[in-house]
Write a protein that binds this ligand. Structure first.
Ligand code: SF4
Length: 349
């Protein structure tokens, strides 16, 4: 059963770096204060009362958890221990930088209920990491994934396509590398230019061209399809507006409040375009959870099919997998899958 996540943002806390794209105060909207034990307990109790029988997970997002002093890390984890013991809470998730964790630290965290560690990998291209001011090389991410996995803790990799010096090929290579290294899940956050950052200065000076929304969607589509083929879940595409990101602070880049839906819709649009002949009337069946993706935002997929003379009726069918559609024409019915039937070339992006 999917856990309910209780989020805490530890804005810029513990991070000794200033990556060119980062303004944690903007991303988290937080004051930079760490939550007190009382705040942690109160929020967990509130969420426990609404989570029903679903497992509860507390997540410390933002900042760099493992770069906080050991005393502070212990202070944040201590109030969770009785709740983990009595079953109110099931697990803890933290996020950190790849160069701020080692095997001993993972063991220490694991002994205190941490079951998932998210790594801000961003890129596996050393040139991109250097141009983005990350302060570590790709080898640090491989080491971190390895020591997290070998302690039996789940690892998530966050990737940022569109950083300075990045190309579609190097984005895909980064994704392939973290999957090969054993990442259990991915988040894809295409680069956005936030006010007040070094990237904003470069953008205004004409030294950096961010991904447009259209190109970002095309690139994310390819990355998502590759991850699906590899069987690795992509749990999020695009920064989350409701976690404090203020649109007014975004100067440029690939951002949309429902970027993930745009990307998944595009995959289904491609399936329809490639496999439904023009001028047909068809019924398209899809998993109920994918209904809005197949229809597209503001019915965009249906409208573009109408432009090809294809009349589409979309019907939910829980027997289908989430990445499949079944297309019923007058004379035949065929199931098509994003995972097996779509083939993209990096040159299309
Ligand atoms: S390591 Fe993370 S928190 Fe620190 S500056 Fe970079 S993106 Fe921001």
């Amino acid at each position: 059963m999917k856990p309910v996540t209780v989020p805490f943002f530890i804005s810029h806390q513990g991070c000794p770096h200033t990556c060119v794209f980062c303004d944690q105060r903007t991303i988290s909207g937080a004051s930079g204060q760490l939550p007190t034990p009382e705040m942690i307990r109160a929020r967990i109790e509130l969420w426990r009362s609404t989570a029903g029988i679903r497992p509860l997970e507390i997540a410390f997002f933002g900042g760099t958890f493992t770069a906080l002093s050991m005393e502070t890390q212990a202070d944040l984890l201590l109030p969770l221990q009785p709740l983990l013991e009595n079953g109110t809470l099931d697990s803890v998730r933290i996020s950190t930088r790849p160069d701020c964790i080692d095997a001993g630290h993972v063991t220490w965290l694991s002994n205190r209920g941490v079951r998932t560690i998210e790594l801000g990998v961003q890129s596996m291209d050393d040139r991109v990491l250097a141009a983005s001011g990350r302060g570590h090389a790709a080898a640090a991410s491989l080491n971190a994934i390895d020591c997290i996995k070998s302690n039996g803790v789940k690892v998530g990799a966050q990737l940022m396509p569109g950083l300075p010096g990045d190309t579609p090929a190097s984005s895909l290579n980064s994704l392939e590398q973290v999957i090969s290294a054993g990442a259990d899940f991915l988040r894809i956050y295409p680069t956005v230019v936030l006010e007040g950052t070094e990237l904003a200065r470069r953008y205004v000076a004409g030294e950096f061209t961010p991904l447009s929304l259209d190109r970002g969607v095309q690139l994310c589509k390819l990355l998502l399809q590759y991850a699906m083929q590899a069987g690795v879940p992509v749990v999020r595409i695009g920064l989350q507006a409701d976690y404090g990101l203020d649109e007014e602070h975004i100067l440029a880049g690939c951002w949309h409040p429902a970027l993930g839906q745009l990307v998944r819709s595009q995959l289904f649009a491609d399936l329809l375009c490639r496999f439904v002949p023009p001028g047909q009337s068809v019924t398209v069946y899809c998993h109920p959870a994918r209904l809005s993706d197949v229809v597209g935002m503001k019915r965009s997929n249906l409208l573009s099919q109408a432009g090809r003379g294809v009349q589409v009726q979309v019907v939910p069918d829980a027997a289908l997998k989430k990445e499949e559609i079944a297309v019923n024409t007058h004379d035949a019915s065929t199931i098509y899958s994003i995972v097996t039937d779509l083939h993209y070339s990096i040159h299309e992006v």
